[in-house]
Design a protein around this ligand. Sequence first.
Ligand code: HEM
Length: 162
Amino acid sequence: MKFFAVLALCIVGAIADPLSADEANLVKSSWDHVKHNEADILYAVFKAYPDIQAKFPQFAGKDLESVKDTAAFATHATRIVSFFSEVIALSGEAANLSAVYNLVSKLGADHKARGVTAAQFGEFRTALVAYLQAHVSWGDNVAAAWNHALDNTYAVVLKALA
Ligand code: HEM
């Protein structure tokens, strides 16, 4: 029986150290303050890391200031930010763990197909955390909860990218 349980974990993949309900609540309540700043978040990421902007066919080689208010920019920003909203909404519940794993694993595989590197995902994380620090009430407990959430997400993304 134990063998089949381990096998099942290997097949569907797993998040080794899921967020506690308290950590998930801290991530959710801080995310609620910024989740509608979609274009602002993508702008901050592109501004800090132009190599990320250069991967987007619609924005590569264009002046960030001239694209940031366009409908195309808003559409892309909403796609990316909504992904976080979806995963964060599912977090903190054991019953949702395999759904989260599958979503994030697919994200990694889709980005691998686009030639996005682990280093670029690292840059994205740095820019996102800097944005959060500047826009939400950021104490040690919030920082630790986000760090745990992003460690979990990135372990799955990096496995899919490898
Ligand atoms: C955790 C970080 C990230 C998240 C949550 C995320 C999320 C998404 C989502 C939801 C999409 C649209 C669905 C799809 O086509 O797969 C997308 C598309 C895309 N992402 Fe990401 N992404 C992340 C990091 C990155 C990074 C670091 C890069 C580049 C260096 C990147 C480049 C792209 C590109 C080029 C597209 C396609 C855009 C197009 O359709 O023209 N993403 N991303």
